[in-house]
Design a protein around this ligand. Structure first.
Ligand code: K7E
Ligand code: CUA
Length: 629
């Protein structure tokens, strides 16, 4: 099993060491011969439990989860790391939002990453997806869209921080987002959902909707720069990639290009648009593109009749688009239709060669229930589709659905499970990769209603954990979530290699270190003030429980940048820096450098203090800024 790749087995090995360590403390601490016996008893109890329960959702205190989950934080603009199956929230990764705890969006390092959108404080994240090698998660990056401000960001999984952000040009509202799976994630693909004039400068007619376009976006995953864009017909919704490195597909609603709800749902059919990567790349190479708005991003024309794309009619207003882990099917979820459309990926070559008609690629359209939105997969040929209106998950067998379509008398529905309530996405562990393992399913429910204590008019969402390891789906956990997790992905812990300390050469603060060098300051040993007219740079080291500088003097009206370097080499010893009454605070992880800039616009004495509890003398870890009138 590729899941058990021992070479990248850091968490696993660490876990073993950790257990030994805990074992030892138990012996030393308790000083009783019975301690190792207890551990052995626990382990055999756990084995017994695992045997009769199939999958045990209970992660005992001190035990670690088997999977990492990356959850979108919806309108909060962040991404969250969950432990599966405990459903414990392990960490939050601020992305498009401002974060008071870590200073994300306030520090100079995070502002550099946010780049030209540093002044935007909000985001609407939907689709977190991890980079892959040969259709398997590689633990390197998680990519996430911002629908509200047309951006895409990348999270580095070694430090679990956002490291790149891009505002996508020529389009509006990035929604569906996926990665190229094979041979590796060279590209991220994402949908510009809302149709607008490509040159949206208010000079051309605003009313003439025939100039409005929806655009498919292809981004280089390593540089996080635009590779190319493709104009399409209809509003793009969700997207996914094949397991051959050849095709991407997107659902489109509103093929009629209506501007009101009524106009958007008049025609009986919308479509799935399929993109040929090779043809698009060749067109870019051959210069068959235009550029707009003064940027040099190649924009290809992939509208109906183009050689770059094919349009497959499906029932109107489809939503989710999911590739089966065996690489055979794209599944378009009907939303307004009670069906899903199964597109045979094998037939796409013939479609692009014009040997068959678009509808010939659809090999079944099983009816599942009301409001099918998204589909997940196990490793036994079953699919799990959320039914938004029915508040259910339909478990169905893909081959049986195809056989039924061909006239065989077979019931392809395996089970319908009530969920609570109105599910959007659902996800299986490893189910968006070749390593689908059929253990857990998460249903991200939009409404929780009566499932939790009432907390006022705004209620949490409900993320339900479902055991799918047996024949029957079983709900094992209700998990409240603040702000809408549209989507998530779950990766086995063996794929992840998180760091414990920041490397001193980390690119996250390389530019800050370069500024220090120009100032002649070694941030790892020196505490110094550099004055440059009214601009001040204050270099401070920190080692629990003291700052290397506990007093500095500035003049009223100075612009002050405080650069703190955390010299602690101890795992989990994070320091903070907060300048009282100046709206400035940040996190400085072990061995990291972080900086924040504020105006000294109030005369007097201001204490700065460490606001991450780091030591018994943490309260004493502070100093004074003296602002002379
Ligand atoms: Cu269905 Cu944005 Cu993937 Cu919400 S999306 S549910
Ligand atoms: Cu350093 Cu608290």
């Amino acid at each position: 099993m590729s899941n058990d790749d021992k070479s990248s087995n850091n968490v696993e090995l660490e876990n073993e060491g950790r257990r030994k360590f805990f074992g030892k403390t138990a012996i030393l601490g308790a000083g009783v011969v019975a301690a190792p016996m207890t551990a052995a008893m626990f382990s055999s109890m756990a084995q017994a439990r695992a045997k009769d329960a199939g999958s045990d959702p209970f992660v005992h205190p001190g035990d670690l989860d088997e999977y990492y989950g990356f959850w979108s934080g919806g309108q909060s603009g962040e991404v969250r790391i969950m432990g599966i199956p405990s459903m414990r929230e392990l960490m939050r990764i601020p992305v498009f939002n401002i974060d008071s705890a870590t200073g994300w969006g306030l520090t100079n390092e995070s502002k550099r990453i946010k780049g030209d959108s540093a002044n935007i404080m909000v985001g609407d994240t939907h689709h977190p997806h991890m980079s892959m090698t040969d259709g398997r998660y590689n633990g390197k990056y998680v990519f996430i869209n911002d629908k509200s401000n047309t951006r895409v960001a990348r999270i580095r999984c070694d430090v679990m921080k956002t490291d790149k952000m891009l505002t996508v040009p020529n389009t509006q509202a990035i929604h569906g987002l996926r990665v190229q799976k094979v041979p590796y994630t060279k590209y991220i693909v994402c949908n510009g959902e809302f149709e607008v004039p490509i040159v949206n400068d208010g000079k051309a007619s605003l009313e003439d909707v025939s100039t409005y376009r929806s655009i498919y976006n292809v981004i280089d995953a390593e540089t996080m720069e635009m590779a190319f864009q493709v104009i399409v017909d209809g509003n793009l919704d969700n997207t996914d990639a094949d397991y051959d490195g050849k095709y991407f597909a997107s659902t489109c609603y509103n093929s009629e290009m209506g501007m009101s709800l009524g106009e958007m749902i008049t025609s009986e059919r919308d479509h799935v648009v399929v993109f040929s990567l090779a043809r698009c790349e060749a067109a870019v190479k051959a210069g068959k593109f235009k550029t707009y708005n003064g940027n040099n991003v190649p924009v290809l024309d992939g509208r109906k009749g183009s050689q770059l794309t094919r349009y497959i009619p499906v029932p109107k207003s489809p939503h989710g688009l999911n590739t089966s882990p065996n690489g055979e099917y794209f599944i378009a979820n009907g939303k307004l239709s009670p069906t899903v459309s199964i597109i045979s990926i094998k037939k796409l070559d013939a479609l692009f060669a014009d040997e068959i008609k678009p509808r010939d690629t659809i090999i079944a359209e099983p009816e599942l229930g009301l409001g099918p939105l998204h589909t997940a997969f196990d490793n036994k040929g079953n699919a799990y589709t959320t039914l938004f209106l029915d508040s259910q998950i339909a478990k169905w067998n893909v081959q049986d659905a195809i056989d039924a379509h061909n006239g065989k008398k077979v019931n392809y529905i395996r089970q319908k499970l009530d969920v609570h309530y109105q599910p959007g996405h659902n996800h299986t562990t490893m189910g968006e990769t070749r390593d689908a393992d059929g253990k857990w399913l998460v249903s991200l429910c939009k409404f929780s209603k009566d499932r939790f204590l009432p907390v006022g008019p705004l209620r949490p969402e409900n993320d339900q954990l479902i055991d799918i390891s047996g024949d029957e789906m079983k709900i094992v956990h209700d998990g409240p979530a603040f702000a809408e997790p549209h989507d998530c992905m779950m990766v086995h812990r063996t794929k992840m290699k998180p760091l414990k300390l920041w490397p001193r050469t980390d690119p996250m603060f390389a530019e800050t270190i370069a500024i220090a060098k120009r100032d002649g300051v070694d941030v790892y040993s020196e505490n110094k003030i550099i004055r440059d007219g009214k601009i001040l740079r204050v270099y401070i080291t920190s080692i629990a429980p003291t700052y290397g500088m506990t007093e500095f003097k500035v003049k009223l009206g100075d612009e002050v940048t405080v650069i703190v370097t955390n010299l602690d080499q101890v795992e989990d010893v994070t320091h903070g820096f907060c300048m009282t009454d100046h709206g400035a605070q940040m996190e400085i992880g072990p061995q990291a450098t972080a900086s924040i800039t504020f105006m000294a616009n109030k005369p007097g004495v201001y204490w700065y203090y460490c606001n991450w509890f780091c030591h018994a003398l943490h309260m004493e870890m502070r100093g004074r800024m003296l602002v002379e009138a």
